[in-house]
Write a protein that binds this ligand. Sequence first.
Ligand code: ADP
Length: 248
Amino acid sequence: MPTNTLIQFKNVTLGYGQRTILTGLNFSILDGEFFAIIGANGSGKTTILRALLGIIKPRQGAVEFRDGQRLRFGYVPQRGILDEIFPLTARELVLMGCYGRLGVLRRPSKADRTLADKNLDRVGAVRLAGKRFADLSGGQKQRVLIARALMADAHAMVLDEPTDGMDLEGQHAILELIEKLRSESGVTVIYVTHRLNELANSAQRMLLLHEGRVRIGPTEEILHAEVLREVYGVDARVAHVNGKRVIV
Ligand code: ADP
């Protein structure tokens, strides 16, 4: 495996029970890159994430990690999943990000609390530390969930539709934050979304899923009228507005 490769899918087939969802997945995720996984609902994005995180085993092929090591992932779930279940404060929720390291039974130390506040500060949410998570706005919740993922000191941040249900301004702020964290720390970003336009100017490479077919490549190659026509069967154009890529 090349030294800049963090994760490699080698001829991977994924499925559930009798049903095959995706076959012949061959791609790498490079250390420090912004990698997008894009596709409509039901196209298999979560299935790829599950394989990446080791929750499901490939039917065929293998998912390999650099140096055969166990990678630490900082997982940012869809916001809705945690919404109402936790009567916790933002700081307590961030501290839960340590449990992988600590074991569930150990109480967080003073150092853990300091780290939690540092990570809340990194995401611009330190003043929310004592507020109830359930009372926060969508964007605030997302920041807290990102701070929680940062507690793992991860090789890769895995974000599952982190801006779902947000307005454009909120989406933009979260993307900006993720890019800032990546450039500060060099963490690899794996970002899942069903919106084709969302990462047009952020991702370096994209994996595009559509009805069992997979295209992988640099963003400018994937967001190309020909590919979009072939994959989606629609007459899309890639326009440039103020130096940014927009699909119309
Ligand atoms: P996405 O994340 O892109 O919405 P998923 O990976 O969740 O797509 O789903 C891909 C396909 O796999 C869908 O047809 C879905 O019904 C099926 N699927 C997902 N999870 C399971 C499961 N646990 N058992 C059986 N089928 C599943």
